[in-house]
Design a binder for this molecule. Structure first.
Ligand SMILES: NC(=O)c1ccc[n+]([C@@H]2O[C@H](COP(=O)([O-])OP(=O)(O)OC[C@H]3O[C@@H](n4cnc5c(N)ncnc54)[C@H](OP(=O)(O)O)[C@@H]3O)[C@@H](O)[C@H]2O)c1
Length: 443
């Protein structure tokens, strides 16, 4: 039986799992692919780590170029992370006639358009199933299983760290700092958590999902990105009481008649009862709405060595069996030219807005007047029990739920309301998402 000859670069969390699982699943994979999947060489800076993983000395090198330039290899697997050397490694490998498999969402979100175009130019494949939602075969589903569908919308919980933190804060009323400390102890958060909690990691993946779903690579810096680090437990509490869960979502939605794609990342209230709202802990889940299939839901582990290696092995198996579909992101460049990113100011959503106000007659009327002037319709107003401070008049929370409105109008109304003397702090604004596809709005 002939073999797919693989070079593996990086023996960290994912690389070591790929090394182990490729060996443990070797027989099964070769039976299913009709070809053996064989790691011929491993590049890892740390010699001791390679020894510990059981990589024979004859297969080890510290220099990734040995793999990129090796004419006997068919594919190079990049698992070192980062956006510097990893980019050189991918380009060199493609240039020298190899297919490339990577899990590097940070790099692809920045340079995926260029790198996939370069792969196509060289007649090679650049596959990245492991870069979004770890073990969930989501990219494969978008590429193959849903090929007959226009993707109307996609809502994803695709950062396990954030989902763990929000779940812990909501279910056990933990303050953010304490939930974060616990997540770090359990290995669910990095020592520097910024990339995750500020929403950047989710934004990286949202860019890749847009490329797969629409053939459209939005510029990362233009994707509206809010994290969870400023979530007040008070809002989690009120959200629960109102029948919502709070999740950090990547939201993609197409507006075909205007040639626009929405791609945004922010904490979002979801009506309890939708399956996505009950996804807790480090799990990922993605709801995809196709025009033919309707709603689909994908669920599983979004990170960790084994789940992520499962996705890397899936890419390798696709290459081995020659089953990578024609519908790759690179083939969508024609559509890309026709699409643009919908500016955040023109998205439509429902909203939860919390003000801290003086508890005196007329305050609500003043706020309602501003919303009305901006043609924003209020669906309900809640004045929860409890207050802050002992001053008279009391300072109390006032929650206003808004019907579907345009983001720019809501933001403008909030800025005006914040200038009212009876309003004490900047408004807390959370978007409330309905997962159904939207009717096209005039905007
Ligand atoms: N971990 C996950 O759950 C997960 C999930 C999805 C995607 N990913 C992505 O998968 C990639 C790898 O993540 P990871 O968690 O496995 O990272 P990691 O544990 O930090 O492993 C990276 C490995 O690559 C080695 N390395 C770095 N530069 C190298 C070079 N120039 N040549 C050879 N080896 C080099 C590192 O060695 P040193 O430590 O000595 O630098 C380390 O052993 C990243 O792009 C990440 O975003 C990870």
């Amino acid at each position: 039986m002939n073999a797919l000859r693989i070079g593996l670069v990086g023996l960290g969390t994912v690389g070591t799992s790929v090394w182990n699982n490729l060996r443990s699943q070797e027989e099964l994979l070769s039976r299913r692919c009709g070809k053996a999947l064989r790691i011929e060489k491993v590049a890892e800076k740390d010699r001791e780590r390679a020894r510990e993983a059981g990589v024979p000395e004859s297969q080890w090198t510290s220099d990734w170029r040995d793999l990129a330039l090796d004419p006997s290899l068919d594919v190079v697997v990049e698992l070192i992370g980062g956006t510097g050397i990893a980019a050189d490694l991918i380009r060199e490998s493609l240039f020298h006639g190899k297919d490339v498999v990577t899990a590097n969402k940070a790099l692809l979100a920045e340079r995926g358009k260029e790198l996939t175009a370069f792969a196509a130019e060289r007649g090679r494949r650049l596959l990245f199933e492991a870069s979004v939602a770890g073990g969930i075969p989501l990219l494969l589903a978008l590429r193959e299983g849903l090929i007959a569908n226009e993707i109307l919308s996609l809502h994803g919980i695709i950062n396990g760290t954030c989902n763990y933190l929000l779940s812990a804060m909501a279910s056990r009323s933990l303050p953010y700092r304490e939930a974060l400390r616990e997540a770090k102890e359990l290995g669910y958060a990095e020592a520097d958590e910024t990339l995750d909690v500020a929403g950047h990691d989710t934004a990286h993946k949202a860019v890749l999902l847009s490329a797969l779903a629409y053939g459209f690579w939005p510029r990362l810096e233009e994707v509206h990105t809010e994290g969870i680090q400023h979530i007040d437990p008070l809002d989690l509490h009120f959200a629960q009481e109102l029948g919502y869960s709070l999740k950090l979502l990547a939201i993609l939605r197409s507006h075909p008649t205007r040639g626009e794609i929405e791609v945004r990342v922010h904490p979002t209230l979801l009506r309890k009862g939708h399956l996505l709202s009950s996804v807790s802990g480090v799990f990922n889940a993605v709801a995809v709405w196709g025009d033919v299939v309707g709603e689909t839901l994908f669920y599983g582990r979004g990170a960790g060595g084994d789940p992520t290696s499962s996705a890397v092995l899936s890419d390798l198996a696709s290459l081995a069996s020659g089953e990578v579909s024609a519908r790759e992101v690179t083939s969508s460049s024609v559509r890309q030219a026709a699409l643009s990113l919908r500016p955040m100011a023109r998205i439509f959503s429902r909203y939860y807005v919390r003000f801290l106000v003086e508890d005196r007659p007329g305050v609500l009327a003043e706020i309602a007047r501003v919303f009305a002037a901006e043609k924003i319709s209020i669906s309900s107003v809640i004045q929860p029990e409890g207050h802050r401070g002992k001053t008279v008049p009391l300072i109390v929370p006032l929650i206003v739920l808004l019907h579907r409105s345009r983001e720019a109008d809501v933001q403008r109304a909030c800025r005006i309301i914040e200038t009212l003397p009876t309003v004490k702090e900047p408004a807390i604004l959370l978007r409330v998402e309905d997962l159904e596809p939207e009717e096209e709005q005039a905007s």
